[in-house]
Design a protein around this ligand. Structure first.
Ligand code: BES
Ligand code: ZN
Length: 860
C-alpha cells in the first residue's frame, strides 16, 4: 500500500554522467491495466524483455521502484515467491534471451502528497512521471533511454471518473458491471516511461480541430472542471497558433489523431508534455480578462507552446539520460521564446527573457549551486530542472543560431530531427547535427556545455591614430569543482556610433574566441560603443563608459535591446555609486526622454522605464547589503516620482484613456501601472487615492492587480478595504486568491513578516497545494526588504517552511533552498544567519533526498 514515502536516505549516492551504460534489456511493448480508485488503485504491468544487442549482457533485470511493494511477480507465467529487492528496486535474475514479466502493484493515490506518480487532485486522478515518477506506479526500467510502445486498459467507477484519458489514440471504450466503465488507449510512438500519463475524472472539454500541413485532422481538447470551461478559450487559441507556427518555422507536424490538455490544481511544476496528453497546472490554462493579467495570458500562451513543441524536441527525439536534460529543455525554451517573439514584439520578448536570465540564472551561476548546462553529476535529478539547464541552455543554442543565421540553423535542426527521430539522443548528437547541417565548426563551442559560470567580457575603446579599436578580454570565473577554464567562442553584435555627428554605426557580428581580441572599428569623432546588441551572448560586459554616452545610447541606439541595456547600466552605476556614474538628475532626464519619445510604443516604453530589481543589483556586488540596495532603489524612485511628476501624470492619463480591447491596450496598461508606481514613490498621498480609483474602476485584472500592488505599499484604509474587496470578489477562484496572498507577501510595509505569519494561518492557506504554498512563501523569499530583515527572521521563516513542507512535498520544498544558499555573497551578519538556518535544516531527521542535496551543496 505504501507508495508515498519519498524515501529518506542518509547519504544518497552520486550519479555520474561518465558512468552511463545502455540498459541490457529491450522492452518493445508494455501493457498496463489500471483498476482505478481514489484510495486503492491496482496496476498490472506486462512486458516481454529481450536482450539488447548494443549492451553488455547481464543476467539481471533491475526494475526501479519507489516506495512500492510487489503484490505479485511472475516470470514466464511462473510466480516468483519473495522476489529479490535491492533497496526500492526489484531485481530479477533471468537466464534466457526473452522473458515475459508480469507485476502487480497496489497504490493509494489519495495519500500521495508528493504529487509524483499517480495522485488525487480535487477528486480526479492524474499522474506526473518526469523525471522518476513512473517507478511510484509500477516496477520498471524508469530511464529515458528505454523506449516502449504502450497499450493501456483503464477502468473505474463511471460516476467518479466519467472521463478516462491516456497517451495516444483511444481504441476502445465501454461499460462494464457495477457502474464501472473502461477505456483502452494505444500510443503507436515508442516512448520512455517519463512520458506516460493517465487522467480519470469528472471533466468537460473545450474542443476544436487542427488540420496539419500533411492533411491530418487532429481533435484538440482542453479538459477542465465544468466551472472553468469559459476560461479556456485563450489556451485553445494558443495551442492552434503553436501547431501552425511549428509547421511554418521548424517544419514539424503533429503525429497523433488527438491532442489532449488537462488542467489540474495540484501540480508541482508548470506543465508536462506527456505524449498526446499534456497535464497542466491550472495557472497555465485558465485565463480571462477579469481574472488573469496580460502577463498571465502571455504565460499561458508560452507554456502551451513549450509543451506542444516538446512533441518533437523531447518526445520524438528524447534524452539518453537525465544529464542531457538541456537537449530537450534548453532547445524547447528557445523554441517557445522564438514563438512568443513572433506572436508579439520581438524586442520586448527578448528583454523579458534577458531579465529572467539575469535575475534567476546569473545568481545560480555565481553561487554554490552553479553547474554546466550539461551537469556531470547529481544525487536527485529533480534539483536540476534549473534556470541554467533551461534558460542558459536556450541562450547557448540561440548563440549557435546567431552564428549560423536562421536559415542555416534550420538546416541543422532538420538534420537533427531526421537523424535522431525515434531515438534517445545526447547534447553531443545535437551539436554534431547543427555542425553538419548548418556548416559550423563547433569544436571550441562545446565548452559552453562543459563549463559553468557566466563569462565576463571586458571591453575598451582605444584611439589609435585617428581610428577606434575595440579591445576585448574574456574570462570564465571559477565555480564549485571547476577552475582554470578555457576561453569560449562568444558571438557579439556590435556597432560604433558617433555621438558628435549623431550618427549610428553599421552593426556587425564578431566572435570573440580567444582570451583577447582587437577589432578595428573605423573613425568617429566621439565614438560610443554599442555591444552585445540583442544580447547575442549570455555574458557580463564590463566597461568604463561615460554616463552621457549611456544616455545617448538609451535615447538613440537603433537596437532596442541596447537602449534598454544602456538605461539599466545608467541606473545600476548610479545605485552602486560607481565612479563616473550618472547622477539622479541624469537618470531623471533620460527617463523623461523615454516618456516623451513619440517613436516608441508603450510596451517598449515600459521596458525602458523598468528599474533593475534588487536581486540583479545584489548580483553586481561582491558582498551585498540588500537593505541598503533596496533603500537606494526606493530613493531613486522617489526622485523620479517627484522630478517627473507632471510627465508621469500625463502618461498615466493618456494610457488610462485607452480601452481594454484596443490593440494598444496592453502597452498602455503596462506604462500606466509603472507610472503609478513612480508617482506613488513621489507623492504617496495622491497615489493612494489614484490607485484606489484605478482599483474601483478596473475592467480587467491587469489594472486591478497593478492598483492593488501599489496600495499594498501604503498603510492606509484604502489598502485594507481593497484587499478585503479583492478577497470577497474572488474567493471562489484559487488562482486569484494566490495573487491575494502574493501581493501581501510582496508588500514593502514594515510589518510584513508578522502579516505573512498571520496569512499562513488563514483558512485558505495550505501547504499541500504547491501554487498556494509558493504564492505566500516564494513571494516572501523574493521580497528583499522582508526576507533580508537584519534580524534573520525572514530566513528563519523560509527555513521553517522548508522543514514543514519537506515531508509533504519534497520537490517543492527543495526549490526554496536556493534563496538561503547565497550566503557567501552577503555581508557578514546576514551570511552567518543564512548559514545557521541551512545548518538547522541539514540536521533535521528524515530529510528528503531533494532537500538534503540542495542544503549540502549550499553549505559547500
Ligand atoms: N518537462 C517539463 C516539466 C517537468 C519539469 C516535469 C520537471 C517534471 C520535472 C516541462 O516541459 C517544462 O519544462 N515546464 C516548465 C514550463 C516551461 C514553459 C519552461 C515548468 O513546468 O516550469
Ligand atoms: Zn520543458
Amino acid at each position: 500500500m505504501e507508495n508515498l514515502s519519498n524515501t529518506p536516505t542518509a547519504q544518497p549516492p552520486v550519479i555520474y554522467r561518465k558512468d552511463y551504460q545502455p540498459f541490457p534489456w529491450l522492452l518493445p511493448e508494455t501493457e498496463l491495466v489500471f483498476n482505478l480508485g481514489l484510495e486503492t488503485t491496482l496496476v498490472l504491468a506486462t512486458f516481454t524483455v529481450t536482450r539488447n544487442p548494443d549492451a553488455e549482457a547481464s543476467q539481471q533485470l533491475r526494475l526501479n521502484g519507489d516506495g512500492l511493494t510487489p503484490a505479485r511477480v511472475t516470470v514466464d507465467d511462473v510466480t516468483i515467491e519473495n522476489p529479490e529487492m535491492d533497496g526500492d528496486d526489484l531485481v530479477l535474475t533471468l537466464s534466457g534471451d526473452s522473458h515475459k514479466i508480469m507485476i502487480e502493484t497496489e497504490l493509494d493515490p489519495s495519500s500521495n502528497t508528493q504529487l509524483m506518480g499517480l495522485y488525487a487532485s480535487n477528486g480526479m486522478l492524474c499522474t506526473q512521471c518526469e523525471a522518476e515518477g513512473f517507478r511510484r506506479i509500477t516496477f520498471f526500467p524508469d530511464r529515458p533511454d528505454v523506449l516502449s510502445t504502450y497499450w493501456v486498459h483503464m477502468s473505474g467507477p463511471k460516476d467518479l471518473f466519467p472521463v478516462l484519458l491516456c497517451n495516444g489514440n483511444k481504441v476502445k471504450e465501454g461499460d462494464s458491471v457495477g457502474g464501472h466503465h473502461f477505456a483502452e488507449w494505444h500510443d503507436p510512438w515508442p516512448k520512455p516511461s517519463y512520458l506516460f500519463a493517465l487522467v480519470a475524472g469528472d471533466l468537460v472539454a473545450r474542443e476544436d480541430t487542427f488540420t496539419t500541413m500533411g492533411g491530418r485532422e487532429v481533435d484538440l481538447a482542453v479538459w477542465v472542471r465544468a466551472e472553468d470551461l469559459d476560461r479556456t478559450e485563450h489556451a485553445m487559441a494558443s495551442l492552434i497558433r503553436s501547431m501552425k507556427w511549428d509547421e511554418e518555422t521548424f517544419g514539424r507536424e503533429y503525429d497523433l489523431d488527438v491532442y489532449n490538455i488537462v488542467a489540474v490544481s495540484d501540480f508541482n511544476m508548470g506543465a508536462m508534455e506527456n505524449k498526446g496528453l499534456n497535464v497542466f497546472n491550472t495557472k497555465y490554462v485558465l485565463a480571462d480578462s477579469d481574472t488573469a493579467t496580460d502577463a498571465d495570458f502571455d504565460a499561458v500562451e508560452g507554456v502551451i507552446a513549450h509543451e506542444y513543441f516538446h512533441n518533437w524536441s523531447g518526445n520524438r527525439v528524447t534524452c539518453r539520460d537525465w544529464f542531457q536534460l538541456s537537449l530537450k529543455e534548453g532547445f524547447t525554451v528557445l523554441r517557445d521564446q522564438l514563438f512568443s517573439q513572433d506572436m508579439h514584439s520581438e524586442s520586448v520578448k527578448r528583454i523579458e527573457d534577458v531579465r529572467i536570465l539575469r535575475s534567476a540564472q546569473f545568481p545560480e551561476d555565481s553561487g554554490p549551486l552553479a553547474h554546466p548546462i550539461r551537469p556531470d553529476s547529481f544525487r536527485e535529478i529533480s534539483n536540476f530542472y534549473t534556470a541554467t539547464v533551461y534558460n542558459k541552455g536556450a541562450e547557448v543554442i540561440r548563440m549557435m543560431r546567431s552564428m549560423a543565421g536562421p536559415e542555416k540553423f534550420r538546416k541543422g535542426t532538420d538534420l537533427y530531427f531526421d537523424r535522431h527521430d525515434g531515438e534517445a539522443a545526447t547534447c553531443e548528437d545535437f551539436i554534431s547535427a547543427i555542425e553538419d547541417g548548418a556548416e559550423l565548426d563547433l569544436t571550441q563551442f562545446r565548452g559552453w556545455y562543459r563549463q559553468a559560470g557566466t563569462p565576463r567580457v571586458a571591453a575598451e575603446l582605444v584611439q589609435t591614430g585617428g581610428t577606434t579599436e575595440l579591445r576585448l578580454t574574456q574570462s570564465v570565473p571559477d565555480t564549485p569543482g571547476q577552475s582554470d577554464k578555457a576561453p569560449m567562442p562568444i558571438p557579439l553584435k556590435i556597432a560604433l556610433h558617433d555621438r558628435a555627428a549623431g550618427k549610428l554605426g553599421e552593426e556587425q557580428l564578431i566572435v570573440l574566441s580567444e582570451a583577447e581580441m582587437r577589432v578595428p572599428l573605423g573613425e568617429a569623432a566621439e565614438p560610443v560603443l554599442s555591444i552585445n546588441r540583442g544580447f547575442t551572448a549570455p555574458v557580463v560586459i564590463e566597461r568604463d563608459i561615460a554616463s552621457a554616452d549611456l544616455a545617448f545610447l538609451a535615447a538613440h541606439d537603433d537596437d532596442p535591446f541596447a537602449r534598454y541595456e544602456a538605461m539599466q547600466e545608467l541606473v545600476v552605476g548610479h545605485l552602486l555609486g560607481a565612479e563616473n556614474a550618472g547622477s539622479a538628475q541624469d537618470i531623471t532626464e533620460a527617463m523623461g526622454a523615454i516618456i516623451a519619445d513619440g517613436s516608441l510604443d508603450d510596451s517598449m516604453r515600459g521596458e525602458l522605464m523598468a528599474l533593475p530589481g534588487v536581486t540583479y543589483l545584489m548580483e553586481q556586488v561582491e558582498k551585498a547589503d540588500p537593505t541598503a540596495l533596496h533603500e537606494a532603489r526606493e530613493g531613486l524612485k522617489k526622485t523620479l516620482g517627484v522630478g517627473l511628476r507632471s510627465e508621469l501624470a500625463q502618461l498615466y492619463d493618456r494610457a488610462a484613456a485607452i480601452g481594454l480591447d484596443d490593440p494598444q491596450g496592453r502597452g498602455a496598461r503596462k506604462v500606466k501601472t509603472m507610472a503609478l508606481g513612480l508617482l506613488a514613490a513621489g507623492d504617496p498621498g495622491a497615489a493612494n487615492l489614484l490607485a484606489a480609483h484605478q482599483y474601483d474602476h478596473a475592467d480587467n485584472m491587469t489594472d486591478r492587480q497593478g492598483a492593488l500592488m501599489t496600495l499594498c505599499g501604503f498603510d492606509t484604509p484604502e489598502r485594507v478595504d481593497r484587499l478585503a474587496d479583492f478577497y470577497e470578489r474572488y474567493r471562489a477562484n484559487d488562482l486569484v486568491i494566490d495573487k491575494w496572498f502574493t501581493l501581501q507577501a510582496l508588500s514593502t510595509l514594515p510589518g510584513v513578516l508578522d502579516h505573512v505569519r498571520e496569512l499562513a494561518k488563514h483558512a485558505d492557506f495550505t501547504l499541500s497545494n504547491p501554487n498556494r504554498a509558493r504564492s505566500l512563501y516564494m513571494a516572501l523569499a523574493s521580497n528583499p526588504a522582508a526576507f533580508h530583515t537584519p534580524s534573520g527572521e525572514g530566513y528563519r521563516m523560509i527555513a521553517d517552511l522548508i522543514l514543514a513542507l519537506d515531508p509533504i512535498n519534497a520537490q517543492t520544498a527543495a526549490r526554496f533552498v536556493p534563496a538561503l544558499g547565497r550566503w557567501r555573497r552577503m555581508e557578514e551578519g546576514r551570511a552567518a544567519l543564512m548559514r545557521a538556518e541551512l545548518e538547522r535544516i541539514a540536521k533535521a531527521e528524515g530529510l528528503s533526498r531533494d532537500t538534503s542535496e540542495q542544503v549540502t551543496r549550499s553549505l559547500g
